[in-house]
Design a protein around this ligand. Structure first.
Ligand SMILES: *Cc1c(COP(=O)(O)O)cnc(C)c1O
Length: 427
C-alpha cells in the first residue's frame, strides 16, 4: 500500500488501485505515502533507465517486479531527453522529443502501460485537455483494444497544430470540442466521475494529471538530471498550469535529485503566484494567453504540494517560488532566443522569462528551465510573432492534412452524460 488519499488520509491504497480509481473517498486524489531518498549509487549510475526503474520502484513500494517496470519504462520512454545549454549558467531540459512533441508524452505513455497491466475489463478514459494532454493520451492509447478514449477540449482555445494532432485519429479515440474554457471541461469530467449512472454503466478512468501513473512517470526525468548534466541545479523553472509537472519536480527533489530551489512559472493565470504573495487562494476567471496549455486558474495538483508540506507555508515558500509572466514578456523572450537561433514555444518562453525576474536574480545561480513543448507545435503562434516561417516536423504536417473528426457539445453535463451513455450503447 503506497498511496494516500489527501482528502481522507485514512484511505491508503495500492498503486494499481490508485491508477484504476484516481479519485478516492471524499473526492480526494492520491499522493505517495512515503517519499524516500534514492541511494546515491542510483544517481551515480547516470543511466536514465536504471534511475527511472528505481524511482518508480521506490514510489510504488515494489508493487511491480523490476523486470516488468523495466519493460514498461523502455516502451513508454522510447524517445530522447536532451539538455541544451544556452550559456554556462542557463540550461534547457528538452522534454518534448516524444511523438506528440510535449512533455505530456512521458505521463500518457506510462499511464497506457499501467492500464494495459492493471485493467482487466473494457474501460473508458475520459479526460479534459488544455491542448497537449489530448494529443499525448490519444496517441498513447490509439488502437489499444478494450479502451475507449473521450477527450474534451475548449473550442477555439487550442492551436491548430495541437488540435489536428489528436482530433484526426478516429477508431477508439473520441474528441469533443466544448463551448467553454479548460476549467469547464475539467468540471464536466469531474461530474462524470461523480454521476452514479455513468460510473455504474461505464468503467471510467481519467488520464488527467490527477492520475498517479502520470505523476510518478514525470518524477523519472527530474531524477535523471545527473545523467544529463554534470552540475547540480540551483533553480529549476517549471512552466506550470495544472501543476503536475512541478509536483513531480518537488517529489524528485525530496528523493535527492540535485535541485536546490523550484520556481513555478505561470502565465497571467496567476492563482498560485498570488497565493505565494498573500497566502490567499482566490482563483479568478481563466484568461486566454499565448501559452494556452497553462490557461488554468484552479490547478488540480496544488493540493498535493500543500499536502507534501503539511501546510507548513513558510517551508514551502522557502523551497519554492512562483512567478507570473504576461504575454508581452513571453513574446519578447521568443524573439530574443530566436535571434540567438534557439526557437522556443510560448510555454518554455514563460519559464525562460521567469529566470530574469529581479527578485530572484543572482549571477551565481545555475538555472534550468523545463522546455515543455516543441516550438513547431505552436508554429502558427511563432510565425505571428516572428514574421518568419517555422519548420514543421513530419508528425505535424501529416496531421494538418487530415479531416478533424471532433464532435461538439455545449458546456452542459446532461448533454455530456447522454454522449457518454450513447457511446457505450453503440458498442
Ligand atoms: C500541460 C502543459 C504545461 C503545464 O503543465 P502542468 O503539469 O499542467 O503544470 C506546460 N507546458 C505545456 C506545453 C503543456 O502541455
Amino acid at each position: 500500500m503506497s498511496f494516500v488519499n489527501i482528502a481522507q488520509q485514512k484511505q491508503i491504497v495500492s498503486f494499481g488501485h490508485a491508477v484504476l480509481n484516481p479519485i478516492g473517498e471524499n473526492r480526494g486524489i492520491y499522493f505517495p505515502q512515503n517519499i524516500e531518498r534514492l541511494p546515491e549509487k542510483v544517481f551515480a549510475t547516470k543511466d536514465f533507465q536504471t534511475i527511472a526503474v528505481e524511482t518508480l520502484n521506490s514510489l510504488i513500494s515494489g508493487e511491480l517486479p523490476r523486470e516488468r517496470l523495466k519493460s514498461m519504462v523502455s516502451k513508454a520512454f522510447n524517445f530522447p531527453i536532451r539538455v541544451q545549454s544556452l550559456n554556462s549558467r542557463l540550461h534547457v531540459l528538452e522534454l518534448f522529443h516524444g511523438p506528440t512533441l510535449a512533455f505530456k508524452d512521458f505521463g500518457a505513455r506510462f499511464l497506457a502501460e499501467c492500464l494495459a497491466h492493471f485493467n482487466k475489463d473494457k474501460a473508458t478514459i475520459v479526460t479534459a485537455t488544455s491542448g497537449d494532454t489530448g494529443a499525448a493520451v490519444a496517441h498513447a492509447f490509439h488502437g489499444q483494444p478494450d479502451i475507449d478514449v473521450v477527450i474534451l477540449y475548449p473550442k477555439g482555445k487550442i492551436s491548430k497544430e495541437q488540435e489536428q494532432l489528436f482530433c484526426t485519429l478516429g477508431d477508439n479515440i473520441h474528441t469533443v470540442q466544448v463551448n467553454g474554457d479548460f476549467d469547464a471541461c475539467q468540471t464536466l469530467v469531474k461530474q462524470a466521475f461523480s454521476d452514479d449512472e455513468v460510473t455504474n454503466t461505464l468503467n471510467l478512468n481519467s488520464a488527467n494529471s490527477i492520475n498517479v501513473a502520470r505523476l510518478v512517470a514525470q518524477v523519472c526525468y527530474y531524477n535523471a538530471l545527473p545523467a544529463l548534466l554534470d552540475e547540480p541545479i540551483d533553480r529549476l523553472f517549471v512552466p506550470s498550469g495544472n501543476f503536475g509537472n512541478l509536483t513531480a519536480a518537488m517529489i524528485a527533489r525530496a528523493m535527492g535529485a540535485p535541485i536546490n530551489h523550484l520556481v513555478a512559472a505561470t502565465n497571467k493565470n496567476d492563482t498560485v503566484p498570488r497565493f505565494f504573495l498573500d497566502k490567499t487562494w482566490y482563483p479568478k476567471e481563466t484568461q486566454r494567453t499565448l501559452s494556452n496549455a497553462m490557461d488554468v486558474s484552479k490547478p488540480n495538483n496544488f493540493s498535493r504540494i500543500l499536502y507534501h508540506y503539511q501546510n507548513e507555508l513558510d517551508k514551502l515558500f522557502d523551497e519554492m517560488s512562483a512567478i507570473s509572466v504576461d504575454d508581452q514578456r513571453t513574446c519578447s523572450m521568443i524573439k530574443y532566443f530566436a535571434k540567438q537561433n534557439y526557437m522556443v514555444d510560448p510555454h518554455t518562453a514563460v519559464g525562460l522569462r521567469a529566470t530574469q525576474c529581479v527578485e530572484l536574480f543572482s549571477d551565481q545561480s545555475n538555472d534550468m528551465v523545463a522546455a515543455t513543448a516543441h516550438p513547431a507545435k505552436f508554429a502558427d503562434v511563432l510565425e505571428d510573432i516572428l514574421k518568419q516561417p517555422i519548420d514543421r516536423p513530419e508528425a505535424i504536417s501529416r496531421a494538418l492534412d487530415k479531416p478533424n473528426l471532433s464532435d461538439s457539445l455545449d458546456n452542459d453535463f446532461d448533454d455530456f452524460k447522454d454522449y457518454l451513455l450513447a457511446l457505450h450503447s453503440s458498442h
